[in-house]
Design a protein around this ligand. Structure first.
Ligand SMILES: [Zn+2]
Length: 1060
């Protein structure tokens, strides 16, 4: 087993502290989609706007440094608004006029003559014409009236001109307008003596009463409108939301209230931890905010480490060889930044935005010394119970760096605020002087923008370069023999039928369908037809779109036809013998169909694509599954990535549902989603009869998928305080310019991570901030900007850096880095780097912080779980060795690491174990009259199991209930509904709902666990002799396996390396 670790050897693998890892591997060269230069982002490099804006258009004035004037459509309608320069304009919309969606313009320019004949020639009557709906006619459009012909332009669609300069209007920021780093203290006479509005405002609920995810939550948007004119103060919208009251009885007092100047509903689903969690960590979710602008300066820290000094536990040094059980029995809480309480209570919810180090090292040298990764983990579009939404004619942003005004800016006086990212002093616009919440003039610091770290703006027209796109949903179905065998079409079509009215959208929503095997089938759903019409294109070498205007149709107008099609589709191909799969050409066709508008493409695939572009060959070698060497983690073709970049340019995201029992090369296929900001779903061995739990899983996950919130044509930018620099991004997106993430779709279940370095010394500042701004089009066609701002202290000593380490965020970021390393180097390199991350940081702690050499493995309290989590990562499906994991499953796990919010990643990595045969109501949560037991969390070791009990392991996407041989009769009969152990079915994936308190408790607990995540964990009930028991034991991270160390052995290894 010692081969598992190569750590500490000379030349061992490490992550250089600030290396620029090129995000996009594979070296695609496509002139339309230049790869981003992996440069370090210097946030401050954006020039300011010229002092005189007379010559600027409104847009330019709004955006600071403007894009080239006259470029109607640049890359995405919006990015200029988020950024002030570096617009890549190559991704032109093929639309001549703003607002037109030229469906008639095919993406490809054809010679009319050849186009015509080509069209006629490839239009064939399907040999599989089982589509015998009542009165069904196979549609072969007469060439003479070919609508395509007339719509084919004979000249190329004009592309946008390149701007003459990226920043034609930009001038350098006036020097001397501020002193970077100088902390200008508020004048002494500047006091906010206005009466607190806090008493009028309800507390944000203790989130323990909140289900974290409530389906496709309609946000409780407390929206107000401010025109800036005090005389219009009645514009304050009182938004009472009934759902709000229902979902959350404890908040009912606030219903009907004008505007809670509170952070959005934070959801501490865990009861206050008694282990290692300072009580002040709860501050951010509670308390009225009778806020007095705290001087964000020298006194941001109370004397001597305020938070930590109150909680000596946090200052403890722990010998892990003596105190091995450091796992808290309640969910681990993120550390609380060591900030003044008045600042911290305004800080961003760590579920949305957190940093690996809650105390930012002052210099890169200090960061290097700590050997800990510096980065951010984001869940920017998470469903929120409560989100302040601001409609204002002026969105106040820094004139220099375009940061949105936020709770951590410094008001120098009533008329001036200093940017917390670039330190520029900005004027407070007249409009901002009026606070619609308090209806008082002259208190800009009480505006919701300055009271909420998370806020959403309704974007005015300046943030649009074309009208917001309609919601467009295109479904692409594999209907080959293999696909039909799985029976998935039934489930998917039924799910679509059930949720058709719940698809996010409005009267503009469009929908379309494509099916494919060796040919591509389109479906005309034009209003007025008596039934859907199928069009088959057999020319997969040169794909074109027949009748483009009738294939993506308005859902409202063609709903009956859509329903007809969904009812017919599962039967249409039941007798097919076609085994080939032309996935690549089908994707090309789908892309062309969606190019004019953008939207979401949902692709269902059940096998390796075999025909046309993008065809793949099997390359998995089952014998090498358990080896860490030479496995195929990289794509075998650039096709899917290139197409994804094309999609991204046209605001199309591709979600891939892979339902396959065989190797399907997810490493290649997954690129289609990764670079287009889509999602990957994987259902290995899906079969409608043989694998009913997968059917249930698909159905539940489709329901979430189809109905969850969606943002279209989105871009996200992350800014940070001058001196810090973001250099690597993780997640599903395309980096459009140096730091602008292109997200054709954004969904509430996607997470992102970035790595940072300290470019310039932060010695002159005591606080730094990070701000993410996500600009998107809602399914209702509104342009919105969701902004999160996180504020953290800067520290100058290594000990402080260690004390503020967030071990979950660190582990999450390391996992992302390890996926990159696996792909660019090898799996064993990645594993070594993970181990070295622990050794290096703990060595640094030993040598630089601990004054004397002490025996044992001494770790700061903050990192007490670091070795455990890294060991768990080594045993995680992405990085494990010595198992027979399928290659596609490993790739899928890696996709999940990259795309999942931290909370789910941690659950997959280090599952939670509970004893459940003795659940009680003690300490239970009470949610909407439901009592949810909260059993203590156990260490992942068989030592914690006993044969007379039953144990539930929550591993994220799977729940395993292991029932011991001598489990009490009570549990068997009252929960499992069987009279004795032998009667427990071999395959049991559901608990019966029995009329017993024991049954009610465990069912409530399992439902509650499931409700908190966007995917549906399958439940397996496992008897002692069941083959599934091996899966259960495999997750026992602390135990030794054939190929992996036990936790104790791992600690010894670390200690040995540290004390070298
Ligand atoms: Zn600024």
């Amino acid at each position: 087993s010692s081969t598992v670790l190569r750590a500490g050897t000379p030349g061992a693998v490490r992550w250089p502290p600030a290396v620029v890892v090129q995000l996009l591997v594979g070296g695609v060269s496509d002139p339309d989609h230049p790869l981003p230069t992996p440069t370090r982002t210097v946030v401050m490099s954006q020039p300011g706007i010229p002092a005189s804006g007379g010559a600027l258009t409104g847009l330019q004035a709004q955006n600071g440094a403007a894009s080239a004037s006259g470029s109607v459509y640049t890359n995405g309608p919006v990015q200029n608004a988020l950024m002030s320069s570096q617009v890549s304009v190559n991704q032109g919309y093929n639309s001549q006029l703003p607002g037109s969606y030229p469906h008639l313009i095919p993406a490809k320019t054809l010679n009319p003559v050849s186009g015509q004949s080509n069209y006629g020639g490839s239009q064939t009557v399907s040999p599989l014409s089982n589509y015998q709906g009542p009165g069904q006619t196979l549609y072969r459009p007469p060439v003479a009236s070919n609508p395509v012909t007339s719509s084919l332009p004979s000249v190329p669609v004009p592309r946008m001109p390149l701007p003459t300069s990226q920043n034609p209007a930009a001038t350098p920021m006036p020097s001397g307008s501020f002193l970077p780093g100088a902390n200008i203290q508020p004048p002494l006479n500047w006091q906010y003596n206005y009466p607190s509005t806090g008493s009028q405002i309800n507390h944000c609920p203790r989130s323990s009463s909140q289900p974290t995810i409530s389906g496709n939550t309609n946000l409780t948007s407390h929206q107000y409108v401010s025109s800036g004119d005090p005389s219009l103060q009645n514009n304050l919208t009182k938004s009472a939301t009934p759902q709000y009251a229902n979902k959350n009885p404890t908040m009912s007092r606030s219903v009907g209230y004008s505007y809670p100047s509170l952070p959005p509903g934070y959801q501490n689903t865990a009861p206050p931890s008694t282990t290692g969690m300072p009580p002040s960590s709860l501050n951010y979710s509670s308390g009225p905010q009778g806020f007095t602008q705290t001087p964000l300066g020298a006194n941001h820290l109370t004397a001597s480490m305020s938070g930590l000094s109150l909680h000596p536990e946090g200052l403890r040094v722990i010998n892990l060889l003596q105190e091995r059980n450091m796992l808290p029995s309640t969910p681990l809480q993120p550390p609380v930044p060591n900030l003044h309480e008045d600042i911290q209570k305004l800080n961003c919810n760590p579920e949305l935005f957190r940093c690996t180090l809650t105390s930012i090292p002052q210099t890169q040298a200090l960061l290097n010394k700590a050997k800990l990764p510096l980065g951010l983990l984001l869940h920017p579009f998470k469903d929120l119970v409560q989100l302040p939404v601001v409609t204002s004619s002026t969105i106040v942003r820094c004139r220099s760096c375009r940061t949105y005004i936020n709770p951590f800016v410094n008001f120098l006086d009533q008329r001036r605020w200093k940017c917390n990212l670039c330190y520029r002093v900005n004027d407070v616009p007249e409009e901002f002087m009026y606070n619609p919440l308090t209806r008082v003039y002259g208190e800009p610091h009480r505006r919701p923008e300055v009271q909420n770290a998370t806020i959403e703006f309704m974007a005015p027209s300046e943030y649009m370069l074309r009208p917001p796109q309609p919601p467009v949903y295109l479904f692409v179905f594999d209907v080959s023999h293999n696909a039909v065998e799985t029976g998935y079409l039934n489930s998917v079509c039924q799910s679509l039928l059930d949720n058709l009215d719940l698809l996010p959208g409005n009267t503009r929503t469009k929908i379309g369908f494509i099916t494919f095997d060796s040919t591509i089938h389109f479906y005309s759903l034009q209003e007025g037809l008596s039934q859907p019409q199928m069009l088959i294109v057999s020319d997969i070498e040169d794909v074109f779109i027949p009748m483009p205007e009738n294939l993506l149709v308005n859902l409202n107008e063609s709903k009956e036809l859509v329903q007809d099609l969904l009812k017919t589709l599962p039967q249409m191909f039941t007798k097919t013998l076609e085994t080939q799969s032309a996935l690549g050409p089908a994707l090309q066709a789908a892309f062309k169909l969606m190019s004019p508008t953008g939207g979401r493409m949902s692709v269902f695939q059940t096998q390796l694509p075999t025909l046309g572009v993008g065809a793949l060959r099997p390359r998995e070698e089952p014998n090498q599954r358990s080896s860490a060497k030479e496995i195929h983690l990289t794509p075998s073709t650039d096709f899917y990535k290139k197409l994804a970049l094309d999609c991204s340019g046209q605001q199309v995201a591709v979600d891939l549902f892979l339902l396959s029992g065989q190797y399907s090369d997810l490493a290649s296929l997954g690129c289609i989603s990764r670079y287009s900001a889509g999602s990957v779903y994987y259902y290995p061995s899906y079969h409608h009869q043989q694998n009913p739990v997968q059917v249930q899983k698909l159905q539940k996950e489709l329901q979430r998928y189809l109905t969850r919130k969606i943002g279209f044509e989105a871009v996200m930018r992350i800014r940070c305080t001058k001196g810090l620099s973001i250099h690597t991004f993780h997640g599903n997106f395309f980096v459009r310019s140096t730091d602008l993430l292109s997200l054709p779709n954004v969904n509430p279940d996607a997470g992102y991570a970035v790595q940072m370095s300290v470019e310039e010394s932060l010695t002159d500042t005591q606080l730094v901030s990070f701000q993410s701004a996500l600009l998107y089009t809602s399914s209702k066609g509104e342009r919105r900007i969701r902004v999160h701002t996180l504020c953290l202290p800067v520290v100058s000593t290594l000990n402080e850096v260690f004390l503020g380490a967030d071990v979950q965020a660190i582990s999450g970021l390391l996992a992302n880095m390890a996926v990159d390393r696996s792909v660019t180097a090898s799996l064993s390199d990645a594993r070594d780097a993970l181990v070295n991350a622990v050794i290096d940081s703990l060595s640094a702690y030993h040598s630089s912080v601990l004054s004397s050499q002490q025996p044992g493995l001494m770790v700061p309290f903050s990192l007490r779980l670091f070795p455990l989590f890294v060991l768990a990562l080594l045993k995680q499906k992405s990085f494990q060795t010595g198992t027979n994991a399928r290659l596609d499953e490993r790739i899928f796990a890696m996709c999940q690491v990259k795309n999942q919010p931290l909370v789910y990643l941690m659950l997959t990595t280090h599952p939670t174990l509970y004893r459940v045969d003795n659940l009680s109501d003690e300490g239970a949560l009470n949610i909407n009259d439901r009592t949810i037991p909260q059993p203590p969390i156990l260490q992942l070791s068989v030592e914690k199991l006993s044969r007379d009990g039953a144990f539930l392991m929550d591993a994220g996407s799977v729940l395993m209930l292991w029932v011991g041989k001598n489990c009490g009769q009570n549990f068997l009969s009252q929960v499992l509904g069987v009279q004795n152990y032998a009667l427990i079915p071999q395959t049991m994936t559901d608990l019966p709902e029995l009329d017993t308190p024991e049954s009610a408790r465990i069912i409530a607990f399992i439902s509650w666990l499931r409700e908190q995540r966007p995917f549906f964990p399958i439940l397996y009930v496992i008897r002692d002799e069941s083959p599934m028991k091996a899966n259960f034991l495999q997750n026992m991270v602390e135990d030794r396996t054939e190929s992996a160390l036990s936790y104790y052995e791992f600690l010894l290894h670390i200690q040995q390396q540290v004390n070298k």
